[in-house]
Design a protein around this ligand. Structure first.
Ligand code: PGA
Length: 254
């Protein structure tokens, strides 16, 4: 378990846990482990990106050591690219399978997949929401933080009551994501994401933030105005958010 942790309350119901980079994955994994300890078949929403990689490595390590039981976990997805269908390796679904679900032995049939096929996408987004309801709602939603304050693919301007839907990606996001593509011209310009409203309905939320590049936007999200211009600031509307930040990301929090 994580040691040497400083936990602060910056806003009502927002707990900020500041950890060394070496403890980041472990602190994030504790959120999952604590949730599974109270509900073995918890519904947990998983993000993609560089930020959660240490989380997935740590969960796999704990599973190999017999310290965590993922056998009943019900994973759901936060977002994906519109058009990243089938075996498209860059789809967030396939990324999550590669990095976490497959090595953890979580069968594809247990994963509630974000729809990505442009054909009939609006109806598929409604079905996605319905699937969350049928699972009893999300127990723990894990999130990264975009350089522009996005959560999932909820770019600046996303309303607090938005639901799962297709969104146009901003240039900041497509440029940041180009690093993942061998041909940057192929980066999709639309995503599909749980809405801000969908995210806020989760029974608990874990926001994972690391690196100096995120320090300013984390400060804006936690201490700046609560505004759709910084979607992550809307997390302060609900009092159930646990932020795990490494020291570099937390450096502007004062
Ligand atoms: P990153 O992405 O973890 O790759 O920085 C976070 C995000 O954009 O949500």
């Amino acid at each position: 378990m994580t040691t040497g942790v400083l936990t602060r309350q910056l806003a009502p119901g927002i707990e900020v846990q500041i950890v060394s980079p070496a403890d980041f994955g472990s602190a994030a994994a504790d959120l999952v482990q604590n949730q599974l300890a109270v509900k073995a078949n918890a519904v947990i929403g998983f993000p993609t990106g560089n930020t959660p990689l240490p989380l997935y490595h740590e969960l796999l390590r704990r599973q190999q050591q017999g310290q965590i039981d993922l056998s009943q976990l019900q994973p759901v997805m936060l977002d994906d690219y519109l058009g990243a269908v089938g075996d498209e390796p860059i789809s967030f679904y396939n990324w999550l399978r590669r990095e976490f679900f497959d090595p953890a032995g979580i069968a594809a049939s247990r994963i509630w997949r974000m729809p990505t096929d442009p054909d009939g996408i609006d109806e598929a987004c409604r079905r996605y929401e319905q699937g969350l309801v049928e699972r009893g709602g999300v127990d723990l939603q894990l999130l990264g933080l975009g350089l522009n304050g996005h959560i999932g693919f909820n770019e600046p301007g996303s309303p607090a009551d938005s639901r799962t839907r297709v969104v146009k990606l901003t240039e900041t996001t497509t440029v940041a994501n180009a690093a993942y593509w061998s041909d940057p011209s192929k980066v999709p310009h639309s995503g599909v994401t749980m809405g801000v409203g969908t995210i806020l309905e989760a029974r608990s939320i874990g926001l994972l933030v690391n690196g100096a590049a995120k320090a300013e936007i984390l400060r804006a999200a936690l201490l700046g105005p609560m505004t759709t211009a910084v979607p992550a600031s809307l997390l302060r509307k609900v009092q159930k958010v646990h932020v795990v930040a490494d020291e570099a990301a937390a450096s502007q929090l004062g």
